[in-house]
Design a protein around this ligand. Structure first.
Ligand code: ADP
Ligand code: ADP
Ligand code: ZN
Length: 207
């Protein structure tokens, strides 16, 4: 059985960046609700499309994301889960469907989060993350991994970023406190370089 890792953190904390490397190192699936929802933005659900929530920085209804996560975890032999759970009811659901080997919280201050998110650029082909200052591609606007075009996400504008951070404070911070109360949460300093963050995570998860 592969490792089952939960990576918590605010928008911009570095979950996607770290998850990609963790999935490679441990040969496990990267399960990310954000990417899954972006790939199905215009899917009609009884609540409306994912797009209608994501554009405003609001959470997509639990029923939609729970189903995505259940299907992805069923198919996985080990995973790093990124972007879920984002509220206490999702956390309860997760407890019902799986056990976890490690619960990590990437901690980053709010000012830094805003700078990371507004400067984030994402490959339109393979999804790799870059940053205009902190993680520049070799050639501006071009993905190092695949040559795809780098774009800014619709929701990485200053206004939507502020909304997402307030949704995080209100809905997701209680999830972090929940795992802390259970005694399973390990806090990682997310303001180090990506390589140092990765090392700290591997120290916790093990070989
Ligand atoms: P999340 O998935 O938590 O929203 P990302 O991994 O997409 O976060 O990172 C957000 C932005 O910050 C990206 O532009 C990424 O390149 C950059 N970034 C990630 N980790 C670090 C780090 N340790 N230091 C500086 N910038 C980082
Ligand atoms: P971030 O960089 O904020 O971590 P994500 O890619 O994880 O971004 O999420 C982008 C958007 O997708 C969120 O603002 C939200 O609208 C939606 N979303 C992602 N995961 C969830 C979830 N677990 N529950 C509800 N909505 C979600
Ligand atoms: Zn690419």
């Amino acid at each position: 059985m592969g490792k089952r890792i939960l990576l918590l953190g605010a928008p911009g904390a570095g979950k996607g960046t770290q998850s990609k490397q963790l999935a490679e190192k441990y040969d496990i699936d990267h399960v990310t609700t954000g990417d899954a929802l972006r790939a199905n933005k215009d899917m009609e659900t009884e609540y409306g499309t994912p797009r209608s929530f994501m554009e405003k920085g609001e959470l997509v209804p639990d029923a939609v994301v729970n189903e995505i996560v259940k299907a992805a975890l069923e198919d996985a032999d080990g995973y790093v889960l990124d972007g879920y759970p984002r509220n206490l009811s999702q956390a309860e659901y997760l407890t019902e469907i799986t056990d976890l080997d490690a619960v990590l919280y990437l901690k980053v201050a709010e000012d830094e989060l805003v700078e990371r998110l507004t400067g984030r650029r994402v490959c339109s082909e393979c999804g790799t993350n870059f940053h205009v200052k902190f993680n520049q591609p070799e050639e501006e606007g071009v993905c190092d991994e695949c040559g795809g075009e780098l774009v800014q996400r619709d929701d990485d504008t200053e206004e939507t970023v502020r909304e997402r951070l307030s949704v995080f404070e209100e809905n997701t911070q209680p999830v972090i406190e929940h795992y802390r109360d259970e005694g399973v949460l390990v806090e990682i300093d997310g303001e180090q370089t990506p390589d140092d963050v990765f090392e700290d995570i591997v120290d916790v998860v093990g070989e």
